[in-house]
Structures are given as structure tokens and as C-alpha cells.
Design a protein around this ligand. Structure first.
Ligand code: GLU
Length: 574
């Protein structure tokens, strides 16, 4: 049965108009063909006819005034419906919305390193929910623990850049080290209420007591005494380690970590922003809980390892009579390849084991970006995983599959000959024409065209040594050009003209390999995922690309343009 071309034309018009409507009046024939094949797979048998028809229809539609496109597209409302349905099934709805005036979520990093894939989970979920409910996304730097996690000045900017790259909209931003006066107020209130106390016991002594579920003598002292001690903490009468503010919880709680947890202490370490301006600093649980309340956080999306912190923080909320946010615990996300531990990364960067925070071996967002991972890929993967309290390891294969789908339509094809060797070919006749598609799925993108002019029937090609490993006396095909019989390999490598046709190469089972000549190539290098560098020659045309462009080196893999001078790429995936 023949193809119903009239029906196909109908599809072509519909999808061309819709595509033109979406993209400023310019439909893309490749996308239109894709939609037709999806709807009518039999059409693939006559792909050539379909392509001709689509090209014709697209040319026509693209010549229409935009008003006509907008008017025409209205007759297919289902095209818009499909999009809406897709957009809706993002994340499961939030609970307890009625308890809060608006949805407010926060991401609260310690600025002691850039963001990595592990942090992306709570970021993406928070951002998605903020957008879904027209809420606010708050970025809060939790930088008050300089003793244990010294902040790095540069990271305040880098984290904002990383978030912007991920496509996150930050509605409010706070830096905790600038808010000490607020924490002091609440510390004082707590002491005055008798809900907290200042402990001056020797720390070993205190530990013994609390492990035995026994209160220390400070706990029962009246608020006046604690307020006096508070003054001594602030004015410098107490030295580092002499006194700590504790929140009263349940001293017999089965989990010792919950028992009267420490809230503020004396620290004399120079802070990168505050220098030596303050000596009393809140600990994470105290400043986090106070801020979540003051900032009106309705939903906290945090790593499951923070469960015990949620329990601690609830005591403070109960003392003050505040409403505790809804907590959504998410599992830890591991990356099969790519180091995620902040302390390990920092160590390696400091010691020079890694070339920087974006070394390709790392799981930082900067490293992934440099390798050509798209922010949409990260978002898609997180949404697929969903906000669940399950630990998961993502393989690089999972990531690559999503990324490839995203970048492939825009990634043009070029040749890169790694570790090139020369192959002298004899017996060539006349000028040879190479015509290689920029993208095999989108012929309309055009071709890379080269004319090879042999001298006395001879021409020297650059090929990958590994491609010639065991092809002696065998036929190879130089993609898009000519079939060669390899005569000699090793120190000098020679071949002889065999035939021209692609079909012959197919029938004889030739190895299809890519090639370059000195005249159409330039020196280039590719930084590989293990940080090694593969040197070789790339097609000169790549010098026309821009930094960050993604492309595919045929038979090698997808790469990102990292620098044009020197010409350097980063390997993404195959
Ligand atoms: N600053 C904390 C962290 O480093 C925030 C944890 C939370 O409360 O969500 O993970």
C-alpha cells in the first residue's frame, strides 16, 4: 500500500504551523518530520518523499506573516493541551498549604565550597515548588560555623552563579553572619524564659552527666544568673570554651544528640566577612531554626541526614510557640563517577591533586558544566527521582542518556583525529569531493564540503593509529569520500585507491573511519573525564564555533568547546 501523501501533508501543515508559532514564525523541518514519524511511523519507509513534502510545506509556512500563523494554529487546540498536561506532572503536590500564607522554601548552603550534584536535589525541588505555587525561593548562607566549616569568600558569589546556571530564581537572599544581633535577641529571650541556660561546666564533666541522662548544676540556676553569664559571654569575660548556651530539651531523650543541644558558643576565629567583629556565634541548629521561623519558611526540603536536626529544632519552636514547617526529607544522591564530598574536594583542590573546583573528576556543578552537562539535564533527572527519602546512586550512563537527548539536535558533527598518523594513499584520480552532513538527522543544516586534490595520484590523510591497527590488506572507507585498501601499516602506512561508492564499502564490510588532511585541520585537544588530555587534529571548521557550544566528534563522542585559543574541548559522553 502506498503512502497517503495527502494525509501526511495535513500533518506537515499542522506541525509546521505549530512549530512556526513556537519559534518566531520559523518552523524547523527536522522537528516537523520528527512529529510526523511519531504519529505515523509507516511514513519512515518513504522518508525521502516525506522530507521533500515537509521542506515544501515548511518553506510555505515560513513565508506567512506571523498573524496568519497565530490565527491558523488556533484550529488545533489539542497541540496546546498536550503541553499543559506534560507541564503538570512535575512533582507531587505539597501538603499543608492551608497552614501558611504562602509557599516559602529555602536553600541554606554553607559557603565552604561550590554546589555539587548532591546539593542539586533540594535546590531543584525547592525551586520547582516555589514556581509551582508562586512562592518564594530563599537563598540563605549558613556561615556561622567558621570553626568547623570555614567559609570561603569566593563561594558567596560562586553559589549564586551556580544557582543562576541551574535556572533557579532567587527571591530573597540572606547571610547569617550579618544577622547576629537577631540571634542574640532570641538567645536572650530563651534564657529569660528559662527555656535555655548557659553551661560553664567542664566539657568532659558535662558529657559524663548527659550520657547518664543527668542535668548539670547550671541547668537549674535562675534566669537572672544566665542573663548575667550571657553578658559575660558577650563582653569577653569568658574565654573560648568557657561557656555555651544550651536549649532545654529532654535530658532523658533516648538519642543523646537531642539532649540539651548547644545553641551559641564563643569563637575567635577570623570570619571572612565579619573579621573579628563578633565573639559569640550561633551554631547551625539555632540560627537555622530562628531563621526558618522569621523568614516564614513553610516547607523545608532537606537531606534525610538532617532528621535529627529537625527533632532538635522542634524543641526551640515549642519553647517559642512557633509553627514548625513541613519537612520533606530527601535521600542522599550519589554519583557513580564524580567525587561529591566537599571536604575531599577541598583537600584535593588545595593540594593541587585537582586542577580546580571544576576538575572533570569532580561532581561539582562547575565540573559538570565544563563537561557539557546541561542544567535542564540535572533538573530532569531530579524530577524523575522525585523528593523521596531514598538514597540513590546515579550512573554517568543515566546522566549521559538524558543529556544526549537534549544536546543532540544542536550538536553538529565534525571529525577529530586523536593521535593522528599519516596514511599515504596512491592511485587517486582527479579531485575528490567530500560532502559530510553537519547533522545526519537535519540535512537542512548543510554540509561540510572538501575538495581533495591528489598530486600524481597521491594524497596524505591523517587517521587515528588505532583505526589502522589490524586492517592490513583490508578495505576501509574514509567517511563521505572514498574506499581505500590498506597496503602497509606500521612505521610508514600506505594505501591504495579501491573504489568510490559507499555501497561497495558496505557490501565488502569495510571499516568506516574518519579522516582529515593537513589543509582542513588544526591542532586540538580534548580533556577526558579522568583529566587526561587527548591530543589530535580537528576539522578547521570547529574554530568557527563558540565557547560552550556542544558538538559531536564522530566516532569519538560529544564534547563542549572549552577554549578557542588554544583549541580545547571537554569530553561529555559518547
Ligand atoms: N546548612 C545546612 C547544610 O549544610 C542546611 C541544612 C538544612 O537545614 O536544610 O546542609
Amino acid at each position: 500500500m502506498g503512502l497517503n501523501l495527502e494525509m501526511i501533508r495535513g500533518f506537515a501543515v499542522k506541525y509546521a504551523v505549530f512549530n512556526a508559532f513556537q519559534y518566531d514564525g520559523k518552523a524547523n523541518p527536522g522537528s516537523v518530520m520528527g512529529r510526523i514519524f511519531a504519529e505515523y511511523p509507516e511514513a519512515k519507509v518513504n522518508a525521502k518523499d516525506v522530507q521533500r513534502l515537509v521542506m515544501e510545506v515548511v518553506a510555505d509556512v515560513n513565508s506567512w506573516p506571523i498573524d496568519k500563523i497565530r490565527e491558523t494554529v488556533k484550529q488545533w487546540p489539542e497541540l496546546f493541551e498536550a503541553k499543559k498536561v506534560e507541564a503538570k506532572k512535575i512533582l507531587p503536590p505539597l501538603r499543608n498549604l492551608e497552614k501558611w500564607p504562602m509557599v516559602k522554601v529555602r536553600f541554606a548552603p554553607n559557603p565552604d565550597g561550590p554546589l555539587h550534584l548532591g546539593s542539586a536535589e533540594s535546590i531543584i525541588f525547592s525551586d520547582e515548588y516555589a514556581k509551582m505555587y508562586q512562592g518564594h525561593f530563599i537563598l540563605r548562607f549558613e556561615d556561622t560555623s567558621a570553626d568547623v566549616k570555614p567559609p570561603i569568600l569566593q563561594m558567596y558569589d560562586w553559589i549564586q552563579e551556580d544557582l543562576a546556571w541551574l535556572g533557579v530564581k532567587v527571591d530573597e537572599m540572606y547571610i547569617q553572619s550579618e544577622r547576629l544581633a537577631i540571634y542574640y535577641t532570641y538567645a536572650e529571650k530563651l534564657l529569660r524564659m528559662g527555656a535555655g541556660y548557659i553551661c560553664t561546666c567542664d566539657s568532659d564533666e558535662y558529657k559524663k552527666l548527659y550520657m547518664a541522662k543527668q542535668p548539670c548544676t547550671c541547668r537549674a540556676l535562675p534566669p537572672e544568673e544566665h542573663l548575667r553569664r550571657w553578658g559575660m559571654m558577650l563582653d569577653g569575660s569568658y574565654k573560648r570554651g568557657d561557656a555555651v548556651v544550651r536549649v532545654k530539651t529532654d535530658i532523658t531523650h533516648p538519642n543523646p544528640a537531642i539532649r540539651d543541644w548547644p545553641a551559641l558558643r564563643i569563637s575567635t576565629r577570623t570570619h571572612p566577612l565579619q573579621k573579628r567583629r563578633h565573639r559569640v556565634w550561633p551554631l547551625y541548629n539555632f540560627s537555622c531554626a530562628v531563621d526558618d521561623h522569621l523568614m516564614g519558611i513553610s516547607h523545608v526540603i532537606r537531606g534525610k541526614e538532617h532528621e535529627v536536626n529537625s527533632t532538635r529544632q522542634k524543641y526551640l519552636y515549642d519553647h517559642f510557640g512557633w509553627q514548625f514547617p513541613d519537612v520533606i526529607n530527601v535521600g542522599r544522591l550519589g554519583l557513580e563517577a564524580g567525587i561529591l564530598s566537599k571536604s575531599k574536594i577541598r583537600e584535593g583542590v588545595d593540594s593541587g591533586v585537582y586542577s580546580g573546583w571544576d576538575d572533570p573528576r569532580l561532581g561539582t556543578l562547575r565540573a559538570l558544566k565544563r563537561r557539557g552537562l546541561q542544567p535542564e539535564t540535572i533538573r530532569d533527572i531530579m524530577i524523575q527521582v522525585g523528593p523521596k527519602p531514598i538514597n540513590l546512586t546515579i550512573t554517568w550512563g543515566n546522566i549521559a542518556a538524558v543529556n544526549k537527548k537534549l544536546i543532540d539536535p544542536d550538536a553538529n558533527r565534525y571529525f577529530f583525529v586523536a593521535d593522528p598518523i599519516e596514511l599515504k594513499v596512491k592511485g587517486l584520480k582527479g579531485p575528490l569531493q567530500a560532502r559530510l552532513p553537519l547533522h545526519p538527522d537535519y540535512p537542512e543544516k548543510g554540509y561540510r564540503e572538501y575538495t581533495i586534490e591528489p598530486e600524481d595520484g597521491e594524497c596524505v590523510f591523517l587517521v587515528q593509529s588505532k583505526d589502522l591497527a589490524d586492517v592490513k590488506e583490508r578495505l576501509i572507507r574514509f567517511m563521505g569520500l572514498v574506499n581505500i585498501k590498506v597496503k602497509k601499516t606500521g612505521k610508514t602506512t600506505e594505501g591504495e585507491f579501491d573504489s568510490m561508492e559507499h555501497q561497495v564499502a558496505r557490501e565488502k564490510g569495510a571499516a568506516f573511519i574518519h579522516w582529515l588532511i593537513e589543509g582542513n585541520s588544526v591542532d586540538a585537544e580534548v580533556v577526558m573525564p579522568n583529566a587526561s588530555v587527548t591530543k589530535g587534529k580537528a576539522e578547521k571548521l570547529v574554530t568557527k564555533l563558540k565557547v560552550d557550544d556542544m558538538l559531536q566528534f564522530e566516532r569519538f563522542g560529544f564534547v563542549r568547546v572549552d577554549s578557542l585559543n588554544p583549541l580545547r574541548f571537554y569530553y561529555a559522553h559518547d
